[in-house]
Design a protein around this ligand. Structure first.
Ligand code: ADP
Ligand code: MG
Length: 239
């Protein structure tokens, strides 16, 4: 499905991980594609098609922070680990959503985790956010913002202005992270937000960055068609 088709089939609200990643992939952003399993057997079949190691995650409109509810199982290496993870997800989500299912996706290698986000401000319109993952964002609020659309220089400034940006230059003598790959994702998110007014929010958390390349492993897109992005006063109709 292309972006128009995914959005046409969506109500206002948040798209789940498979549809969100579908939109990103259509925009040329690299993601760990995720496929939906309705049973433990299906999860095993998908894992075997994808190839081990895989990740299983809870899939439910009621669950936003999947790991908070025991809904993320990483680095599963065989059929019995997949089966057990599926059952654990069902057990953990029974009360929140008895209909919850699971996604199966490839396990991405370790790298530097960063995040990119998009929000819509009623006054200024769409705002792009960049930050380093984990405590850098949540605790230290070490993030940068730019109005959409951005150009390459803006993307580089967003990344460069983060306090903790030394993390991208290599850790303990390790290789530097591919900043160009992050720039590319920020530019593509900006274009996506500009091209599709209905995309009001977006959360790529995290993007795993390597010495070469970067991949989005978790994504959520908020759709809103009713939003009025006008800066002028509302029109008053005569009585
Ligand atoms: P949530 O944010 O809803 O709790 P995530 O999908 O972000 O769930 O998963 C939690 C963490 O698990 C991520 O921050 C990342 O570190 C890791 N992770 C998730 N998916 C993958 C994947 N496909 N490959 C490797 N690590 C992953
Ligand atoms: Mg996440």
């Amino acid at each position: 499905m292309n972006v128009e088709q995914i959005l046409a089939g969506a109500k206002d609200g948040f798209l789940l991980e498979p549809e969100s990643k579908g939109i990103l992939a259509q925009s040329g952003i690299s993601t760990t594609a995720c496929r939906v399993a309705n049973t433990a057997d299906e999860a095993v079949k998908l894992a075997e098609e994808i190839g081990y190691p895989v990740v299983l995650k809870a899939l439910s409109p009621q669950i936003v922070h999947k790991s908070d509810v025991g809904g993320v199982h990483l680095d599963l290496n065989d059929a019995s680990a997949v089966r057990q993870a599926y059952q654990r997800i069902k057990g953990a989500t029974r009360v929140i959503d008895p209909e919850a299912r699971a996604t199966v996706q490839p396990m991405a290698a370790k790298g530097v985790e960063v995040i990119a986000g998009l929000t819509t401000n009623p006054q200024f319109g769409k705002v792009l956010m960049f930050g380093l993952g984990g405590i850098f964002t949540e605790l230290l609020k070490d993030v940068s913002f730019r109005l959409v659309p951005i150009e390459e220089l803006d993307a580089r400034e967003m990344i460069g202005s983060i306090e903790g940006n030394g993390v991208l230059e290599g850790f303990r003598g390790g290789p530097a992270a591919d900043v160009d790959a992050i720039v590319d994702i920020l530019l593509k998110v900006s274009t996506l937000a500009e091209s599709y007014p209905a995309i009001a929010e977006l959360d790529l958390n995290p993007i795993i960055v390597y010495p070469r390349g970067a991949v989005v492993v978790d994504a959520r897109i908020g759709v809103s068609r009713g939003r009025v992005e006008t800066r002028s006063a509302p029109v008053r109709l005569p009585k």
